[in-house]
Design a protein around this ligand. Structure first.
Ligand code: NAP
Length: 248
């Protein structure tokens, strides 16, 4: 079985690789990676994906955090990829939601949904991906998670989201211990890169040391850095233009 991608191109999985930062990362990595992109729904009509596949192999999958068959589907898809010769050496878990409600308005259901999507789903993805990453032909696979600079200053209207990302901050070193030495685990605590609709980009920029919000290219550089740094594991890199050091 061919376990190394063509011409030594690494094969990576981007969980949530369809929209916003996931798409930006896919477009960047497709220059020199084969990619497996997941979304919660069918991929019909995403013509940009065909445009990626000049030199790279691209597979699209449906992994929906709300599906009761999620774990079995992820395992089956990853087995199929392995038997098709895809030796996965990297994965980035981008999927998440960013729910906002005032304290006092959260219900058991809305809390469950926020935590399932932002903590439970990344955990289940890690469980499914880990055995495949551990067999990576390179012997130096890297599993990366997207966290939030809310680790340093929780979002008060988005406390369950902030708490879920804080949970990921424990998952990163925990998984690094469980999965080393063959798999490294790195998190990125992002400041604002693509602001939610209706937010004031200028105001958000002003509240950083660098007086700007981030760009998708900032994330792409950090993800590549983590993948290319064989002595880095169990760490969370904060990428927020210094937001964490500015008083509210
Ligand atoms: N954007 C920023 O400035 C920023 C700042 C700090 C942290 N982050 C973190 O960076 C990551 C990416 O952020 P983003 O703003 O690009 O994305 P996002 O809009 O928050 O969501 C990422 C992806 O999650 C997927 N998703 C939603 N519901 C899902 C479900 N039920 N099952 C599976 N996937 C589901 C969606 O993809 P589909 O619709 O294709 O399923 C969506 O594209 C997130 O983890 C976010 O918390 C982003």
């Amino acid at each position: 079985m061919e376990r190394i991608s063509r011409k030594g191109r690494p094969c990576w999985v981007l969980v949530g690789g369809r929209r916003r930062l996931g798409r930006a990362l896919a477009e960047d990595l497709a220059r020199d990676h084969d990619l497996v992109l997941t979304s919660s729904g069918p991929w019909e009509g995403e013509s940009w994906v065909a445009g990626l596949s000049g030199n790279s192999r691209i597979r699209t999958l449906v992994w929906n955090a709300e599906s009761p068959e999620l774990s079995s589907r992820m395992m089956a898809d990853l087995e199929t990829l392995a038997s098709d010769g895809w030796g996965i050496s990297g994965a980035v878990v981008l999927a998440g939601t960013f729910p906002e409600q005032p304290f006092g308005a959260w219900t058991a259901e809305s809390l469950d949904a926020a935590w399932r999507m932002n903590l439970g789903f990344p955990f289940l993805c890690a469980q499914a991906l880990a055995p495949h990453l551990a067999q990576s032909p390179s012997g130096d696979a890297c599993l990366q998670f997207l966290l939030d600079t809310s680790l340093h200053h929780p979002w008060l209207k988005r406390l369950p989201y902030s708490a879920a990302k804080a949970g990921l901050a424990t998952l990163v070193p925990g998984l690094a211990q469980l999965l080393g030495p063959r798999v490294r685990v790195v998190g990125h605590a992002l400041g604002t890169i693509l602001p939610p609709e209706g937010s004031d980009g200028g105001f958000l920029a002003e509240r950083t040391l660098l007086k700007r919000i981030g760009e998708p290219a900032d994330l792409c550089r950090a993800v590549r850095y983590a993948a290319d740094s064989p002595f880095l594991t169990g760490e969370i890199l904060t990428l927020d233009g210094g937001r964490r050091w500015v008083d509210r």
